[in-house]
Design a protein around this ligand. Structure first.
Ligand code: ZN
Length: 516
């Protein structure tokens, strides 16, 4: 019994590094607006132009049947029409080009444009993304790096871009992946592993920085986790690849040959690609969503059980939170360091080493249920993962409880016991509020894991007990519906519960430290 608890504890602490951010040094950030209703996006001429660049009839293929989108009302930043050449991927390099049709949704004239080149960060990514050329509205431009880590590139303009106007950026670029984990502080999200082999391409293209609170978001990449806070865009991506290499990505394929794939994303805040000639594939269609499992294990039973976790989690979260909007969901194995999993739009990724040991296999459903839940709380409803990491991580960790409550009740009980025990032990040294920015956890990895993931999940558990299921899930459904494809401030989530119960939860929120 003791041994079981000890083993579980180790595994659960491992979970606490899943999708984890490293505490950044404090940077000035604007306070999120405390509102419970998003500002509606007016249909504009520019939005119509953006949809002409990424036609709805193509994009619609990425959406689940029956999901009706008001495309003209979507809060879109851009249409990315990208071409990616992976024919040299076995050497760890690639080339790309594309047209980014971009809407100035800032509400003000823009004197510059900022592109993020995330793979240049030494930490997490450890690779290179070189911007070879950029033209704004057909005019070649030079730019300047504005962060020491090389991840932000500012392009000054002669004439400011008018509010609500549409512009094009033509870009060419080249990327280099680190090979076989040359450093301890990279995660494997932008990486070539020759063993399988597999190439992971997160944030492989120049991304527009998010425009938020009156400024471009140019916070640097920190030493762990995923630093990306991005706005929703539409993607059309053509990938040329070596024959036999399977492309697993955000979105769906419109067209494919043995060496080329044309993909569309629907509204998505990122576009991520995994490529491997060694993936073994299992799939199941559930309520109109094609769920895939891509793994390297030759244990068919293990692969099928991993697929079943993704299918069951999808079905459950669909029912509890609202419909998953995309036509496909890919659960995939990928070699990782220092994390058990990571999430991208349409992708729930579990670390390959979880498939390789008995302890790992016991933990695999925890990682998969967690990453599937991130489709609701990150991919569709976005939040500021640097300023309020608890908002998606605590809710996602709580959401994975729901999976075990239904599908493995004895593990669910064990999970709650271990979480409570761990938080109690930690808080014997002093209680901490859940709602703290990553900066507050700098150099305190244990505190981050326990406070944000474990205590955060227990907060939602306590809130559920207090409100009862009807009000609790009604609030989550409202939050999910109203903030789809947007970045929700923390109060949007907290207020949704108060509105559902028509009661004040202020004292309760302060007691748990989710509202200051
Ligand atoms: Zn997570």
């Amino acid at each position: 019994m003791r041994k079981t608890v000890a083993t579980s504890l180790l595994l659960l602490l491992w979970l606490s590094v899943a999708c984890r951010q490293t505490p950044p040094t404090p940077t000035p950030t604007a306070t999120p607006t405390a509102t419970n209703t998003p500002t509606p996006t007016p249909t504009s001429h520019a939005q119509t132009g953006l949809l002409a660049a990424c036609p709805v009839d193509e994009q619609q293929h990425a959406m689940r049947e029956g999901v009706a989108l008001a495309w003209e009302q979507l809060p879109l930043q851009a249409c990315y029409d990208l071409w990616l050449d992976l024919r040299s991927i076995e050497e760890g390099t690639y080339e790309g080009k594309g047209v980014i049709t971009f809407l100035n949704g800032s509400g003000a004239p823009l004197a510059d444009i900022v592109l993020r080149l995330y793979p240049n960060a030494d930490v997490i990514y450890g690779g290179a993304l070189e911007l070879l050329s950029v033209a704004v509205d057909g005019v070649n431009r030079s730019g300047e790096a504005i962060l020491d880590d090389g991840t932000a590139w500012r392009i000054p303009l002669d004439t400011p871009l008018a509010p609500d106007s549409l512009h094009t950026l033509h870009v060419t670029f080249r990327g280099t992946l680190p090979v076989d984990f040359p450093a301890d502080d990279i995660y494997g999200i932008f990486h070539l592993s020759r063993r399988e082999p597999i190439a992971a391409l997160a944030n492989w293209y120049p991304m527009l920085a998010a425009w938020r609170n009156g400024a471009w978001d140019v916070r640097p990449v920190y030493a762990e986790g995923d630093a990306v806070v991005s706005l929703t865009s539409l993607y059309r991506v053509q990938v040329e690849h070596p024959p036999e290499w399977q492309i697993v990505s955000t979105g769906v394929a419109l067209d494919e040959t043995p060496t080329k794939k044309v993909l569309v994303s629907g509204p998505a805040r990122d576009f991520t690609i995994l490529a491997s000639p060694a993936y073994r594939h299992h799939e199941q269609v559930v309520d109109g969503v094609r769920v895939h499992h891509w793994g390297f294990t030759d244990d068919t039973q293990l692969a099928e059980s991993a697929l079943r976790v993704a299918v069951d989690a999808l079905r459950l979260f669909d029912e509890r939170f609202g419909a998953y909007p995309y036509a496909e969901l890919d659960a995939a194995a990928m070699p990782m360091q220092a994390a058990a999993g990571v999430e991208y739009p349409g992708l729930a990724i579990a670390a390959q080493n979880l498939y390789e040991t008995e302890g790992g296999r016991r933990f695999l459903p925890v990682a998969l249920a967690h990453e599937v839940a991130h489709q609701w709380w990150y991919a569709v409803v976005g939040s500021d993962v640097l300023a309020a990491p608890w908002q998606d991580e605590a809710l996602t960790t709580f959401s994975s409880f729901l999976y075990f409550e239904v599908h493995d009740p004895s593990f669910y009980t064990q999970l709650l016991d271990v979480y409570r025990q761990r938080v109690e032990e930690f808080e014997a040294r002093g209680a901490e509020p859940i709602a703290q920015p990553l900066a507050a956890f700098e150099g305190r990895g244990e505190a981050y894991g326990v406070v944000v993931y474990l205590k955060g999940a227990l907060f939602f558990q306590a809130l559920r007990e207090r409100l009862g299921d009807e009000h609790f899930f009604a609030a989550l459904q409202t939050y999910y519906r109203e903030w789809q494809y947007r970045l929700a401030p923390p109060d949007a989530l907290l207020n949704a519960f108060e509105e559902a119960c028509a009661c004040s939860l202020d004292a309760f929120y302060r007691e748990w430290g989710v509202r200051q």
